[in-house]
Design a binder for this molecule. Structure first.
Ligand SMILES: *Cc1c(COP(=O)(O)O)cnc(C)c1O
Length: 397
C-alpha cells in the first residue's frame, strides 16, 4: 500500500486519510472487512499468492484489508516505515522482543516499567536463557554501565508508568547503537503525537491501541512499528505463526480513533497541565509529577523530546494507602479504573492495582509509595475536574 503514501501531507491530514483503501463501492468511511479468509480466481493465483508473487490477502492471521489500513495510517503518523497490528499492547511488546531474541542474548531495560512488561522481562525471558539487566532509566551512567558488547536489545518506556520517569532518547539510543544493540521503545504514554522515537533512531516502537488511539474505552489493540526489513526478517513469520493478529473490527474502531487522536490529545494535555498546577498548590499533596510542570525533575528533557506533558499526572498524597483510598472513594466524576488515555478521567492506586504484582521491594526501588495515585486526565470540562478533585481532597482532611 506504499503507493497510497502521501509524503507531503501534514499530520492532521494523515490522521484522517492516510492508508485509506476504498473498495469499488466508493464508501466514505473505511470499510470493515469482517472476514477470516480470502478466495482466489484460480489455483494458480493461490499458488502465486503463497509464493509471494501475487499481492493480496491470504488469511486474516497474516493480514486483512481493514487491519492493513490501520497499519498504514499509524506508520505514517509514527514516522516509521512499516507496522504490524496486534490484539493488544502486550502482544506487541512480547512479539517485538521474542521475534528477535534467542538464548544467550543480553537485554538492558529501565526498571520503571508497566507491570506486564516487567513480567515479560524479569520472569519470562530468563526462562529462555536471556540475561536481563535493569537500570534506573533517568541515570545515563547506569545505562552506560549496563550496555556492553554483546547487548542485543535495549528496552524502555518514556514516560514510564506510573512515575513518569523520562529516558533521554537521543543519548540511550546512541549508547545502544554504539554496541550494535537494537532499541525497542514502548511509546504508549507519549503516543506518536507527543513524541516520535523513530525520529531519534529507535529500531522498534510499540503501542497499546487500547489507550489514546481508541481513547474511548471500547477495544484492545496494539502495534509494532519498525523498518520494512525488521518486519520482513524478524517479525512477520513470528506473527504469522503465533497468531496475535488484531481483529478487523478493532482495527476499524482504531482507524476512527486515529482520526481524532491529535485533537483529543491537545485538549487532554491542556486539561492535565492546568490540573497539575492546581494539585501542586494543594496542601494535602506532597509531590506532583507531571512532565509539563517546571518543577518536574526532568522538565528540560521533557521540553526537548515531547511536544506536551502528556495526559497522565502522578501524585503523592500525604499519608498512605488509607488516605489514598479515602481520596479515590470521595471522587464523584473521576472514575476508579486502571485504564488510561480515555475521554473519561480515570484514577488508580498503582501499589494495589497495576503494580501490585511487582512486589513492595521493586515498588520502593522505583518510588511507588502507598500514597501515590495516577490520574489519567480526560476530555471533561477542566473546571468540573478541578472541583471534583478539590472536593475529594477536602473530604480527606
Ligand atoms: C497499557 C500498556 C501496555 C499494554 O497494553 P494493553 O493494550 O493493555 O495490552 C503496555 N505498555 C504500557 C506503558 C501501557 O500503559
Amino acid at each position: 500500500m506504499n503507493d497510497k503514501r502521501q509524503s507531503g501531507w501534514r499530520s492532521r491530514t494523515r490522521a484522517v486519510r492516510a492508508g485509506l483503501d476504498r473498495s469499488p463501492h466508493g464508501e466514505t468511511s473505511e470499510a470493515l472487512y469482517l472476514n477470516s479468509g480470502f478466495v482466489y480466481d484460480s489455483a494458480e493465483q493461490a499458488e502465486a499468492r503463497f509464493l509471494g508473487d501475487d499481492e493480496g490477502f491470504i488469511y486474516s492471521r497474516y493480514g486483512n484489508p481493514t487491519v492493513s489500513m490501520f497499519e498504514e495510517r499509524l506508520a505514517q503518523i509514527d514516522g516509521s516505515e512499516a507496522c504490524f497490528a496486534t490484539a493488544s499492547g502486550m502482544a506487541a511488546v512480547f512479539a517485538a522482543l521474542l521475534c528477535q531474541l534467542q538464548s544467550g542474548d543480553h537485554v538492558v531495560a529501565s526498571r520503571a516499567l508497566f507491570g506486564s512488561c516487567h513480567y515479560i522481562l524479569t520472569q519470562l525471558l530468563p526462562r529462555y536463557g536471556i540475561a536481563i539487566d535493569l537500570v534506573d532509566g533517568a541515570d545515563l551512567e547506569q545505562w552506560r554501565g549496563a550496555i556492553k558488547d554483546g547487548t542485543t536489545v535495549v528496552f524502555f518506556e518514556t514516560p514510564s508508568n506510573p512515575t513518569l520517569d523520562l529516558i533521554d532518547l537521543e543519548a540511550v539510543i546512541g549508547l545502544a547503537h554504539g554496541v550494535g544493540a537494537r532499541v525497542v521503545v514502548d511509546n504508549v504514554f507519549s503516543t506518536p503525537i507527543l513524541q516520535r522515537p523513530a525520529d531519534y533512531g529507535a529500531d522498534v516502537v510499540v503501542y497499546s491501541g487500547t489507550k489514546h488511539m481508541d481513547g474511548q474505552g471500547r477495544i484492545l489493540g496494539g502495534a509494532v512499528l519498525a523498518s520494512q526489513a525488521f518486519i520482513d526478517d524478524h517479525l512477520m513469520n513470528f506473527m504469522r505463526h503465533t497468531g496475535p493478529a488484531m481483529s478487523a473490527f478493532n482495527a476499524w474502531v482504531l482507524l476512527k480513533g486515529l482520526e481524532t487522536m491529535e485533537l483529543r490529545l491537545a485538549e487532554q494535555c491542556r486539561n492535565a497541565l492546568s490540573i497539575a498546577g492546581m494539585l501542586e498548590n494543594n496542601p494535602a499533596i506532597e509531590r506532583v509529577l507531571y512532565p509539563g510542570l517546571e518543577s518536574f525533575p526532568q522538565y528540560e528533557l521533557a521540553q526537548r523530546q515531547m511536544s506536551a506533558g502528556g495526559t497522565v499526572i502522578t501524585f503523592d498524597l500525604r499519608g498512605g494507602k488509607e488516605e489514598a483510598f479515602k481520596f479515590l472513594n470521595g471522587l464523584q466524576i473521576v472514575d476508579i479504573s486502571n485504564n488510561l488515555g480515555d475521554a473519561k478521567s480515570l484514577i488508580t492506586h498503582p501499589a494495589t492495582t497495576t503494580h501490585r504484582a511487582v512486589g513492595p521491594e521493586e515498588r520502593a526501588k522505583v518510588g511507588i509509595g502507598d500514597g501515590m495515585v495516577r490520574l489519567s486526565v480526560g476530555l471533561e470540562d477542566p473546571d468540573d475536574l478541578v472541583e471534583d478533585l478539590t472536593a475529594a481532597l477536602q473530604k480527606m482532611a
